[in-house]
Write a protein that binds this ligand. Structure first.
Ligand code: ADP
Ligand code: MG
Length: 597
């Protein structure tokens, strides 16, 4: 390339900057809401058309903009929030870079209507592709109204990245709900295609806003935290151990009322729960860190979603200690619902004492207590037809290319670590992961349901589950898919679903937990999965929820039933996450380990 260096035109520079700030309609909603809050609004309305892909309008009752300043709003680095460089170390406002409005204007059509409180008339401005078309006096209510249309019309490459309207709308709602969480004193209203979908009246108490946004279920199972260290404070709500989610997205972090993402603080939260909730389950939380503005740099990310703490270690410590303490207090007050990797007590379980087993066909489990039951289970295992006596892995007749597990000729020895079941064959030793096995069994049952052989269980009374507006939007797009797997739901009012039937294989699972897991899966917006992928993810997460947990002691009947069901299940070598269900040690291997060979 022999091209000469040129300075990019303002228009191109703005479009490039817009790429960092305005990724999708939700980013526009975020910037507009933050401006309204900075302007002191106490009442903010958001109107979306087609998920925000067609138009976004934000109406506030804030300070309004001086008529002469209106053209400046759209100039790069024009801001009313800082005046000298040092100010950025002290910002308490959401904006200060003066980039959002010019960025939005460069990729869409903008109409602005604004009036300050004491002015008789206001001003109106229209911009297209970043250029001001008109600024004129206009009558309007006090405050500012900004309408954005033709989003990405001049950047088709970006428009292509937009997902479905449902997904975009749900992302817009997520933005509103996050902001609403931190601002109980502001009234928010959102409508989509003319229909009101979210209303958060002004409340004096943050806990009311939290329950409105995060749902009654969370509120009923949360603990409040409130801790101070040096010049920092951490307040908010965390879930009790019995309320868990299938991903970490319900951990909302705010720094000085700004929603942020921070791996380190999230890690601190998760680590406080690690020994308390099951593996691969996550807590929910709304945590508000208050830090002197000079101790946190909010100027490290274009959309200001990430921040840098001066004392990152102190913040981590504060979060992990506060949460761990609060959880420890509930544990003592609330008893034994808490899951824990506890070391086994001495005479807690008859299998735990290491005894030498005699290998005698007449008395296969002679040295173990509960021998009758033990015998029964092994007889049960042995009774069923099998082809190859000793092999764990045999070729199954109806699945020629796949290996499947068989317990033919195996003896159940006992559990290890309350998680692995030990089996002995003539020439091998098998460890089976009880959770992984059960997960696979349930998943295959659910898949059969999805394939038309639905075994569903109708509920006598529909169960009403509250969800966030973003989740409701997502659910509405998947009602048919959920019916296919045996889950019958209807949208019920603006913020709930009514569950009428559930898949029979999930009848043990609490319905609210089932719905919350599905919501987590639907809300996973990292990419646009096919319907098929979405279905599989939902089924896998439901199977995980319904499966017997690790660290649960199984009765011998349970073990027998598990083995029987596993044998009858396809793909029974791995769990839905691809981990092995069994690990096999051949006698040969064991002898080699002992250097006998
Ligand atoms: P920043 O928020 O970083 O200052 P923006 O580009 O978002 O930059 O906005 C530029 C300026 O426009 C703001 O500093 C503010 O003075 C004004 N402004 C934008 N939106 C509003 C609003 N809703 N009410 C009052 N003033 C506003
Ligand atoms: Mg701004």
């Amino acid at each position: 390339m022999s091209e000469r260096i040129v300075v990019l035109s303002e228009e191109i520079a703005n479009k490039i900057a817009a790429g960092e700030v305005v990724e999708r309609p939700a980013s526009i909603v975020k910037e507009l809401l933050e401006n309204s809050i900075d302007a002191g609004a106490t009442d903010i309305r958001v109107e979306l058309e087609k998920g925000g892909c067609q138009s976004i309008k934000v109406i506030d009752n804030g300070s309004g903009i001086e008529r002469e300043d209106v053209p400046l709003v759209f100039e790069r680095h024009a801001t009313s929030k800082i005046h000298k460089f040092e100010d950025i170390f002290n910002v308490v406002s959401f904006g200060f870079r003066g980039e959002a409005m010019p960025s939005i204007a460069s990729i869409a059509k903008v109409e602005l209507l604004t009036r300050r409180k004491n002015d008789l008339s206001g001003a109106k401005a229209t911009l297209e592709a970043g250029a001001i078309k008109e600024v004129a006096p206009a009558g309007c209510p006090e405050g500012t109204q900004i309408s954005i249309t033709r989003i990405f019309a001049n950047v088709p490459a970006r428009r292509k990245f937009l997902k479905t309207e449902t997904t975009e709308q749900s992302a817009c709602l997520d933005v509103v709900t996050r902001i609403a969480l931190a601002h109980p004193e502001i009234r928010f209203k959102v409508s989509a295609n003319g229909k009101e979908i979210f209303v958060a009246p002004e409340v004096s108490d943050i806990s009311k806003r939290i329950s409105m946004v995060m749902g009654d279920e969370f509120s009923a199972h949360c603990l409040s935290v409130d801790e101070q260290k040096d010049n920092m404070s951490l307040t908010g709500f965390i879930s009790r151990p019995e309320y868990t989610k299938s991903n970490s997205k319900s951990i909302y972090l705010f720094v000085n009322r700004r929603f942020i993402r921070d791996n380190s603080v999230t890690h601190a939260v998760l680590s406080a729960y690690r020994q308390i909730i099951e593996p691969r389950r996550y807590p929910a939380a709304a945590l508000f860190l208050n830090i002197p503005p000079e101790d946190v740099d909010v100027n490290v990310h274009p959309a200001k979603l990430e921040v840098r703490f001066k004392n990152a270690h102190g913040v981590y410590e504060l979060a992990s200690r506060t949460i761990a303490q609060s959880l420890a207090e509930t544990e003592t007050s609330k008893g034994n619902f808490i899951y824990r990797l506890k070391p086994k007590e001495k005479n807690d379980f008859s299998y735990s004492s290491p005894k030498i087993r005699e290998k005698s066909p007449s008395m296969p489990f002679g040295l173990f207590s509960r021998q009758n039951l033990q015998k029964a289970i092994n007889e049960d295992l042995l009774k069923r037809p099998f082809t190859e006596k000793t092999a764990t892995v045999v070729e199954s007749a109806n699945m020629p290319a796949k290996e499947t597990i068989s317990f033919a000729g195996m003896k159940y020895v006992g559990p290890f670590a309350d998680t692995y079941l030990i089996f002995e064959g003539d020439e091998n030793l098998v460890l089976l992961d009880q959770h992984a096995a059960h997960e696979r069994i349930i998943l295959e049952k659910l898949k059969k349901s999805a394939a038309g052989q639905v075994v569903r269980q109708s509920l006598l009374m529909p169960e009403i589950i509250n969800l966030t507006p973003g989740q409701i939007t997502l659910f509405s797009g998947y009602i048919d898919l959920l019916r296919e797997i045996g889950l019958e739901i209807e949208i019920f009012g603006g913020n709930a679903v009514a569950v009428k039937a559930v898949p029979a294989s999930l009848s043990q699972v609490k319905i609210s937990e089932m719905i919350s897991d599905i919501a987590d899966q639907l809300g996973d917006q990292n990419r646009t999965p096919s319907l098929q992928e979405k279905r599989e993810k939902i089924l896998a997460s439901l199977a995980c929820r319904a499966a017997i947990k690790a660290n649960k002691v199984l009765s011998l009947d349970d073990v027998a039933a598990l083995c029987r069901e596993l044998e009858a299940t396809s793909f029974n070598l791995t769990c839905p996450h691809g981990r092995p269900i069994t690990v096999d040690f051949s006698l040969n291997e064991i002898e080699r380990m002992f250097k006998r060979k």
